[in-house]
Ligand binder design. Structure first.
Ligand code: BGC
Length: 364
């Protein structure tokens, strides 16, 4: 008798298992990240997934490999799987068609880190204060080159790089940096070497922009500059928009005999606090980075998602609410801005290691 009961139980369990397999659980939150060739996005993807699951949501992360059609497919899959909300760090504006599909299906979209331009099909954007990121980069150059006391008779030479021309953030980073550097260019204290846009709306901006934030593109451009416009000057600084590009630029600079030692390399800026750049900063090869704690951005994005899914009014701790600054070209979106942190040789230990973001052993 006992055996019969057991066999019956096992059969019920087995059938239950089969049933559960056929009955695919619905997705709650889709997490669409743009790429993995820039280190941070893997961390964003993982932190978002953790935060969503910690709140009891069924979530999934996908990476678009800097290919908008691939990412659109991934977002379409999230919609098909029944997602209630999708967090999107887009590749470029080509994402608008799937954002519109999401809206048609009443799926909420949050633009994550990068503003989705050209769309009026979503209402929320969460990011870091991108203009401030650029200001930190500009201020680092101002300080390192002592621009306040420099003169036009003995000018400083700076070359400009910007991020992807299809990433709205790249404009903000550049405009933030140039808000600090522009007066020095106008007074002749700074001489720009190579294309010299003074803000992101200048037609020359595309000449300093770096398609899809690709390191090889920045490296080749730096090499070309060294053989041409920068041939007969000694560069004092290079404005680099993020760490991935900063290291590619430093690699190109290091092959030039003018810059082949740590002491002769120009000041190079960065952003993201990537492991390799923290090592460069420690070694004096890269001057600074701007740390944007992706753990905080991910946690804040999921807090926002949670409130929106539940139909509650969001109140996001640690983020500044801004309803006036971010316009998609079609509407103003409600934005939440987190604070970036300036990192140099002086504070990298405290900001990047003591904070638990990296283990000391990672910065070898
Ligand atoms: C992000 C940066 C990142 C860059 C390249 C930007 O939109 O804000 O943190 O370095 O994309 O992935």
């Amino acid at each position: 008798m006992k055996r019969l009961v057991m066999t019956g139980l096992i059969m019920i369990l087995a059938l239950g298992g089969l049933f559960a397999q056929g009955n695919v659980e619905k997705l709650d939150i889709g997490l669409a990240m743009p790429e993995t060739h820039v280190e941070r996005w893997k961390r964003d993807g993982a932190a978002l997934l953790d935060a969503a699951e910690a709140k009891g949501y069924k979530a999934e992360t996908a990476f678009g490999d800097a290919d908008q059609s691939k990412q659109n497919q991934q977002i379409q899959d999230f919609i098909t799987k029944g997602a209630k909300l999708i967090v999107i760090g887009s590749v470029n504006e080509g994402v608008v068609s799937v954002v519109s599909d999401a809206a048609d299906d009443d799926v909420i979209v949050i633009a994550y880190d990068r503003l989705i331009t050209g769309s009026d099909d979503y209402d929320y954007y969460i990011t870091f204060d991108n203009f401030k990121v650029g200001q930190f980069q500009g201020m680092a150059i101002e300080e390192a080159l002592q621009l306040k006391s420099a003169t036009a008779a003995d000018p400083k030479y700076i070359t400009l790089f910007a991020g992807s021309p299809t990433d709205n953030n790249a404009n903000y980073f550049f405009d933030g940096a140039m808000s600090v550097l522009r007066p020095y260019v106008n007074s002749g204290v700074v001489r720009l070497v190579g294309p010299a846009p003074l803000d992101s709306s200048s037609s020359d901006f595309t000449r300093i922009a770096t398609e899809n934030w690709r390191a090889d593109v920045a490296k080749t451009r730096m090499e070309n500059l060294l053989g041409n416009d920068a041939k007969s000057v000694v560069l004092d600084a290079v404005l680099a928009p993020n760490d991935t590009l900063a290291r590619a630029i430093i690699e190109a600079l290091s092959t030039d005999e003018k810059y082949n030692s740590v002491d002769t390399l120009p000041v190079v800026t960065g952003q993201d606090g990537e492991v390799a750049s923290i090592q460069y900063i420690r070694d004096g090869k890269q001057y600074m980075t701007v740390f944007k704690d992706t753990r905080n951005l991910a946690a804040a994005a999921i807090e926002l998602a949670d409130a929106l899914i539940k139909g509650e009014t969001p109140s996001i701790a640690g983020a500044r609410l801004d309803k006036e600054s971010y316009h998609t070209g079609k509407k103003l979106v409600t934005s939440y801005l987190l604070e970036p942190v300036n990192v140099t040789r002086e504070n990298y230990q405290a900001v990047m290691i003591d904070s638990g973001f990296y283990a000391a052993s990672e910065i070898e």
